[in-house]
Design a protein around this ligand. Structure first.
Ligand code: TMP
Ligand code: ZN
Length: 413
């Protein structure tokens, strides 16, 4: 296993004024869930440094240690369609943008990082042409079978040559831009793909919310940038694109922002909304904010471990609920292993039977919750708290409790 590179310049602006603000140590790749055979092998799982820097020139908060993307994305276990909240969100997304652009059967929507095709299905139902671009082989095949044409590749200039320049009325990229190492190359390609009157819509977790809520577990090797729209707007501008609008979705992944961009001067710009976000970033994504965030992260680690160890001493049975990528980070960073959690449940069939890397906790179906009736379930998929609490009424009624890690570890009442 190897590190692809260690950058010495900001991926947005090229400056070398980079300051280290948070060091999470060496951790496993968040989505590298282990097969049973691998989990039984005593050879330790590969660990990679996870350090968060801030560019003092443009303000972008980012990782500089870049793991070879082949190791992360060729076979992917995350499925968009497993959470009802997400499916609903994408349905509204399609509804809104279909109306906003008056999309019809002539128009083409291209989704970059299309996963299992959930978003494109919603556009297709509304009568537009759709095309997915998805590097994970297993997902591209699955989506194509389900009627969503999908190119199994990373977006690059060759992709645009295949599709045709300026062909896409709408280019979408959700939870993708944060994964991109060559940010400038990516935006250049999007600009080539986008029709003159087209929109580029992308969703990212907003760094201001991430730090405000202490959600350090979304920091993992795949997530190379933690945006700020101010640094992002500058990158867009250098490729003749313009950020024109922002929308906030607090309930998605613990706080998601959707940015909308177009070719320069193609659409009216909502300057008030943009200004407000930029102003918030001045304080909420400053180096001081990053340092404060780091202190909170260290403190959450201590408090969560103390709480779980106290409960264990009292003889309580504890499990984990949900095995999102975030769980790998939280569990490994806080050294919560199988001596603390008997198992972790997850609805994704691809994850069941595998193990959380590093701490090697087995992943099982949520049915196990009813069968083994633990006293506590650590809510690792905390971003779906409402959906999960609603679904697990039986567990709660029988006396089971949830522990939520953020903004501070506590037992849910
Ligand atoms: P995400 O936070 O990266 O979207 O991943 C959510 C994970 O949580 C995914 O692996 C599915 C899992 N999950 C459950 O196990 N039960 C649930 O009720 C929900 C909503 C998600
Ligand atoms: Zn920079």
């Amino acid at each position: 296993m190897m590190l692809l590179s260690n950058l010495s310049a900001c991926r947005a602006c090229g400056s070398s004024q980079l300051r280290l603000g948070l060091d999470l140590g060496r951790l496993p790749l968040a989505n590298s869930f282990l097969s049973r055979q691998r989990a039984m092998d005593a050879t330790p799982d590969p660990l990679y440094p996870l350090r968060v820097f801030r560019c003092e020139n443009c303000g972008l908060i980012q990782l500089l240690d870049v793991v070879d993307k082949k190791e992360m994305f060729d076979d992917y276990v995350f499925l968009t369609s497993t959470a009802r909240t997400t499916v609903l969100h994408f349905d509204r997304y399609a509804e809104e943008l279909t109306k906003r652009l008056s999309l019809n059967s002539e128009d083409l929507v291209v989704d970059i990082g299309s996963n299992d095709g959930t978003l494109l299905k919603a556009f297709k139902q509304r009568g537009t042409r759709v095309l997915g671009i998805e590097p994970a082989h297993n997902l591209a095949i699955r989506a194509t079978k389900e009627g969503i044409p999908t190119l199994n590749e990373y977006l690059g200039p060759e992709t645009v040559e295949r599709i045709g320049r300026s062909q896409s009325r709408l280019v979408t990229a959700n939870n993708v831009v944060s994964h991109v190492n060559d940010l400038n190359g990516f935006m250049k390609t999007v600009s080539m793909l986008l029709a003159p009157q087209g929109l580029f819509a992308f969703e990212v977790p907003w760094v201001v919310d991430v730090m405000h809520n202490y959600n350090f577990d979304i920091i993992y090797h795949e997530h190379l940038s933690y945006f700020g729209f101010k640094p992002l707007a500058r990158v867009l501008e250098s490729h003749n694109l313009e950020l024109i609008d922002l929308q906030q979705f607090p309930e998605i992944h613990g706080g998601t922002l959707r940015g909308l961009a177009s070719h320069t001067d193609a659409f009216a710009k909502r300057s008030d909304v943009l200004k407000k976000a930029f102003l918030n970033e001045e304080r909420g994504a400053s180096f001081q904010a990053l340092e404060q965030f780091a202190n909170q992260v260290y403190s959450i680690k201590t408090r969560l471990s103390e709480m779980l160890h106290r409960l264990k001493k009292e003889g309580k049975k504890i499990v984990g609920y949900g095995a999102p990528a975030k769980a790998t980070i939280l569990l490994n960073y806080c050294s919560i292993d199988r001596s603390v959690l008997d198992f972790v449940t997850d609805t994704t069939p691809l994850k069941q039977g595998r193990f959380v890397p590093g701490v090697r906790i087995p992943i099982v179906s949520p049915n196990e919750l009813g069968k083994s009736r633990p006293d506590y379930a650590l809510l690792l998929a905390w971003n779906f708290k409402d959906e999960i609490v609603q679904k697990e009424q039986e567990y709660l009624k029988s006396g089971g409790k949830f522990i939520i890690p953020f903004p501070e570890p506590r037992i849910l009442n």
